[in-house]
Design a binder for this molecule. Sequence first.
Ligand code: ADP
Length: 353
Amino acid sequence: PLKRKLLTDTLPESHVSGASDSGVKVIVRMRPPVKEDEEAETIVEKITGDSLSINGQTFTFDSHDIFQLVGAPLVENCLAGFNSSVFAYGQTGSGKTYTIWGPANALFEEKLSSDQQGLTPRVFQRLFDRIIEEQIKHADKQLKYQCRCSFLEIYNEQITDLLDPNQRNLQIREDVKSGVYVENLTEEYVNSMKDVTKLLLKGLSNRRTGATSMNAESSRSHSVFTCVVESRCKSVADGVSSFKTSRINFVDLAGSERQKLTCAAGERLKEAGNINRSLSQLGNLINILAEVSQTGKQRHIPYRDSKLTFLLQESLGGNAKLAMVCAISPAQSTLRFAQRAKAIKNKAVVNEV
Ligand code: ADP
């Protein structure tokens, strides 16, 4: 079987590593071909071992890299007190869900090899291991961690609590004490992989539909799993206490296929408009953030233009770390997108295919 391929691009280059800089990583991930792809005219010329050629260009990447490139730095950033978000962007069927959560129906099966697991389970495994390491290392400071998670869906600009789907049309609020938050959203404490698994499975089963056909409602909604990590420590030597908080957002975006506006009426028309708008607003916002981080010039950042960007406001600007995994299938149209994504150098905007 073909291994997964990763084509990486990093924007801007000097802003990638380390926990104290800000920047956006863009990673293009191509899933293996499936039967339906045979119908499409492809432009992959050759796939050998761990490399593939597209229009004479060869890309060679290791299939384990996605965790090393995105997951491991996410955990370190989080423990250092930075907010991070990872977005999966791509057309329906390109592998967004697989990348963020893992293979459907086998999300946390222990027999899965690490490269078959989704990013979220691997990040939590690493997070819990690192927390124990930190506690041992700083035993003298009585370091204590608390992690709490929430899971929501944004569909047609309305927020539903995936851990309690009776809670619909939740509102985003902002105040000085709590920052930006979703009113009445369920938050649950997690201490182990078992706790995280339970929440993820519950939330995923509450999405609008599990299927990923182009028309399934799940492909037209964004789902956001958030973990808030709080740490407290007290130095035995001087008795000084400190408190740190940071969050990681895992975002499975709505399918980026052009939502048909023609022949749509009423609710469908509104829905198509909302999806196109929220994805392009996210792209614009990332573009502005990349520009600000490069030039240092202040600009108005239009966070409030969509529910998604308003919600993630504190994880999108300032010192926050962003990673965008662009999932592609080997079909021609999406490979054109891959080439375009590869050409992104200084702008982190991802345009419509
Ligand atoms: P999306 O969320 O973008 O609609 P999915 O993640 O559901 O797409 O992927 C579509 C299909 O392709 C699923 O059957 C999934 O298991 C399979 N798939 C996606 N990515 C990979 C991969 N990297 N390796 C193997 N199978 C994959």
